[in-house]
Every structure is written in structure tokens, then in C-alpha cells.
Design a protein around this ligand. Structure first.
Ligand SMILES: Nc1ncnc2c1ncn2[C@@H]1O[C@H](COP(=O)(O)OP(=O)(O)OP(=O)(O)O)[C@@H](O)[C@H]1O
Length: 240
């Protein structure tokens, strides 16, 4: 497997709290890789380091052979943070225009991409509404649209479907599969066990370590259980 994203020996502490202890992983082209773990397991910290917005105390993250953080490489990554980074006084279209200009999308392409991504997240009709009038779920969807806007090679999504209804959740997963089929690499953090089942491979995180990794089928088979939830408990994922 050609690794598009590599994490090597990553460790990080906030003060006395060791949040990541020794994380190693490789994610290939056309792969959806899930990071599963309880609140506080270190998922957000880990993805921020892969994106290049935080630096680890030790260890490295590489994206397409370039060590992060790299400003150039950050352009090839679409990142959806857990808290929405949106301009609430602007409309959705204006928010997208702003991010499109940062990514240097030319005007014709820009218009086309804005329409495409808003269709994917089901917000076309709300394009010109100010974001302050959006619901929490709509803001999440707009954040996802922004992450998809510049057609990045790598998508890193921190809990992308929180607050999103089941129908739209399915359409978002359908888009992630389309992205993957085009050769994109996707990391998605989640607490949701049925979403974990949709990933090609998973890493189960707890207390800063990867306690188990593999395909959902492998993880269930090795633990001799029927669900990812049971597998997570079997590997010691429950909070002590
Ligand atoms: N900037 C920070 N300063 C101090 N501690 C932090 C900081 N960011 C995160 N932490 C701590 O690091 C630990 C891991 O946090 P992180 O957000 O990475 O977990 P998570 O697995 O993403 O959790 P959740 O699922 O709730 O988002 C937590 O104990 C958190 O309090």
C-alpha cells in the first residue's frame, strides 16, 4: 500500500497530561480510515497534528511524502474541525466565496464548485441565508461543504455527522465513498459505531494509544463479537 498519510511515533502532552503516547498509522489512497474513541481519547489532537495546525512534542505526520506542518501541503488537505469556523454575519455563499479565494479557485470553477458542494450537503436552498440563522446541523453541513470545496487529495473530518439527520448522513457517506473512489484519502473521527462500520479500516484509540486497528470485519472477528461496539469493549476501550 502506498501511504498517503503517515503518522510515526507521535506523542504529545498538555502540561502533565499525556494525550498521545505512541501513535503510528498509515492511510492509503482511496481509503476511509476511522478514528474511534471515547471523548478525551485524543482524536482531535491527533487530526490537528496531521493537518499541520499543531505540532507534536515528538513524532511526525507526513502527507503525500511531505512532513507536516507545511503550508503548501495544507492546501491539499480539506479539514473540517469539530467546532465550525464560519463567518456568521455572512451568507453561506459568501463564506464559500471567501474560502474559495483563499484556495485560489478561479471564478468559473469557483461558481461550479460552490454549487456542487452545496448540493452534496443539501443546502442549495439556503445558499443566501446569513449563517447566524443556520441551525447547528446546517452549520456542520456548511463546514463540510467548505472542506470539500477545493477538491483536496486528503480529507480530514472531525465528527462530520454530529447533529445531522440519518437521511443526510447517508448522503454525506455516499459522497465520501465517491471521493474515495476517485482516489481520495479520508480520515474521519467518530463516536458513532455504525459509522465506524462504514470505514475501510479503523484505529481504536484510548488514553493516547491505538488499542486495536484493522478492518471492521477483522476487528470483530479477532474479538469474536458481532458489533464494533462490542469489539471496542473487548479491546479495552471502555473508560476505567
Ligand atoms: N489546548 C489544550 N490544552 C490543554 N488540554 C487539552 C487541549 N486540547 C485538548 N486537551 C486535552 O487533551 C485530551 C484529548 O482531547 P481531544 O480533544 O484530542 O480528545 P477527543 O478524543 O477528540 O475527544 P472528543 O471526542 O470529546 O472530541 C483531553 O483530556 C483534553 O482536555
Amino acid at each position: 500500500m502506498e501511504a498517503v498519510i503517515e503518522v510515526k511515533g507521535m506523542a504529545h502532552s498538555f502540561g502533565d497530561e499525556a494525550v498521545l503516547k505512541d501513535i503510528n498509522m498509515e492511510i492509503g489512497r482511496g481509503e476511509i480510515y476511522g478514528l474511534l474513541g471515547p471523548s478525551g481519547a485524543g482524536k482531535t489532537t491527533l487530526v490537528k497534528m496531521i493537518v499541520g495546525i499543531m505540532e507534536a512534542d515528538t513524532g511526525e505526520a507526513w502527507v503525500e511524502g511531505v512532513k507536516m506542518p507545511s503550508l503548501e501541503q495544507m492546501r491539499k488537505v480539506g479539514y473540517m474541525a469539530q467546532s465550525d469556523a464560519l463567518y456568521s454575519e455572512l451568507s453561506a455563499r459568501e463564506n464559500l466565496e471567501f474560502f474559495a479565494s483563499i484556495y485560489g479557485l478561479k471564478s468559473r470553477k469557483r461558481k461550479e464548485r460552490i454549487e456542487d458542494v452545496m448540493r452534496v450537503v443539501g443546502l442549495t436552498e439556503h445558499m443566501d441565508k446569513p449563517v447566524r440563522n443556520y441551525s447547528g446541523g446546517m452549520k456542520r453541513r456548511l463546514s463540510l461543504a467548505i472542506a470539500l470545496l477545493h477538491e483536496p487529495d486528503v480529507l480530514i473530518l472531525d465528527e462530520p455527522t454530529v447533529g445531522i439527520d440519518p437521511v443526510l448522513r447517508q448522503s454525506i457517506w455516499a459522497e465520501l465513498y465517491r471521493w474515495k473512489d476517485k482516489g481520495g484519502s479520508i480520515i474521519v473521527t467518530t463516536h458513532v459505531m455504525d459509522e465506524a462500520d462504514k470505514c475501510d479500516r479503523l484505529a481504536m484509540l484510548r488514553d493516547g494509544y491505538v488499542i486495536a486497528s484493522g478492518t471492521p470485519i477483522e476487528l470483530k472477528q479477532q474479538a469474536d463479537v458481532d458489533s464494533i461496539e462490542e469489539a471496542f469493549l473487548a479491546y479495552g476501550g471502555a473508560r476505567s
